[in-house]
Ligand binder design. Structure first.
Ligand code: ADP
Length: 317
């Protein structure tokens, strides 16, 4: 992954006018020449490449969150395991597009694995027979290496991930994105537009500070025409493993995700309780669903997976 393109013509302020690349705001921009040449208004050839590459992927799902730390990567890995376990005859892929904070190699228990490049592209790492993963984490010298890249380079990386990973036939591709609505999200949506993005699953916690950002995430989806498959409320309750008493660690002062979903017309897929054993499994890369199949979180997760499958298969909005 050495030849990451460093251009992002869509950011040039003069792109839409005859002044493209020549306006005063363009002075000093590294894309000035590309814009003034008119190349910026041409459709990106990568979009067609990505469409072909992902033509054997049935459902492509973005996993979004308004804030970091709400459990987006945890939920992505659980959904990956959940979908793969629900039906061993389907194939599931996880693309870790959280370029600056790739955590899937750790939570899926494949840290330190190597990815290989062949004539057909990058081979993902197999977590189990029907669950594969591609992450920038595999390309870093050490897991502690920081990725300090500006937007265009991150976009280039996403473009390469989407166009060059040889997933084979996949039923579900889950794309773990960084928190918020940044460059990476715009790129992913833009590149996946021709490849028919199925929709987005939005992860939140119950408190208003998290829900505030989720509303923005839902608006982002609406503006870009991305279907919202539904919202997952994570860390909604703590069920004591000793006495089974239930406590709200993060109180839903404004009614939690249920109220927010009703207000915004979004589907609440379900609520996952806070479970310290889940955090432990993620830290050590173990499959929580396999380890604790009867826990409240596993039961809730399986129900969420069923709902996602139902939405995808029915093609409903
Ligand atoms: P994000 O991807 O949104 O930044 P993570 O998935 O990395 O968040 O989760 C942040 C931390 O919270 C991790 O240590 C993870 O193990 C833990 N965590 C997430 N969801 C739960 C849960 N339901 N119960 C217990 N710990 C959780």
């Amino acid at each position: 992954m050495s030849n990451v393109p460093d251009n992002a013509p869509q950011h040039c302020p003069g792109t839409q006018s005859e002044d493209a690349g020549k306006a005063s705001a363009c002075a000093g921009c590294p894309n000035q020449n590309i814009c003034s040449s008119g190349a910026a208004s041409e459709p990106d050839p990568a979009i067609e490449l990505i469409k072909n590459r992902l033509s054997n992927v049935k459902y492509k799902i973005l996993i979004l969150s308004g804030k970091g730390g709400v459990g987006k990567s945890t939920v992505t890995s659980l959904l990956g395991h959940g979908l793969a376990t629900r039906n061993p005859d389907i194939n599931v892929g996880v693309l870790d597009a959280d370029i600056c904070g790739p955590s899937q190699p750790r939570v899926l228990g494949v840290r330190g694995e190597q990815v290989h490049y062949s004539g057909s592209g990058w081979s993902p790492v197999y977590v189990k027979d029907n669950l594969s993963l591609m992450s920038i984490g595999f390309l870093l010298g050490s897991p502690d290496d920081a990725v300090i890249w500006r937007g265009p380079k991150k976009n280039g990386m996403i473009k390469q991930f989407l166009s060059e990973v040889d997933w084979g036939d996949l039923d579900y591709l889950l794309i773990d994105t960084p928190p918020g609505t940044s460059d990476e999200h715009l790129s992913a949506v833009q590149y996946l537009s021709a490849a028919k993005l199925t929709g987005a699953v939005v992860v939140t916690t119950p408190q208003e500070v998290a829900l505030l950002d989720v509303r923005k995430e839902l608006q982002f989806c609406e503006k870009l025409g991305v279907k919202v498959i539904g919202v997952v409320e994570n860390m909604s309750l703590f069920v004591c493993p000793n006495c089974n008493s239930r406590s709200e660690i993060f109180p839903a002062t404004t009614g939690g995700a249920q109220h927010m979903c009703a207000e915004m017309g979004a589907r609440l897929l379900g609520s996952l309780p806070l479970d310290p054993l889940l955090a432990r499994c993620c830290d050590s890369g173990r499959d929580y669903l396999e380890q604790l199949p009867h826990s409240p979180a596993s039961t809730a997760l399986r129900d969420i997976v069923d709902k996602i499958v139902a939405v995808c298969e029915s093609g409903s909005s």
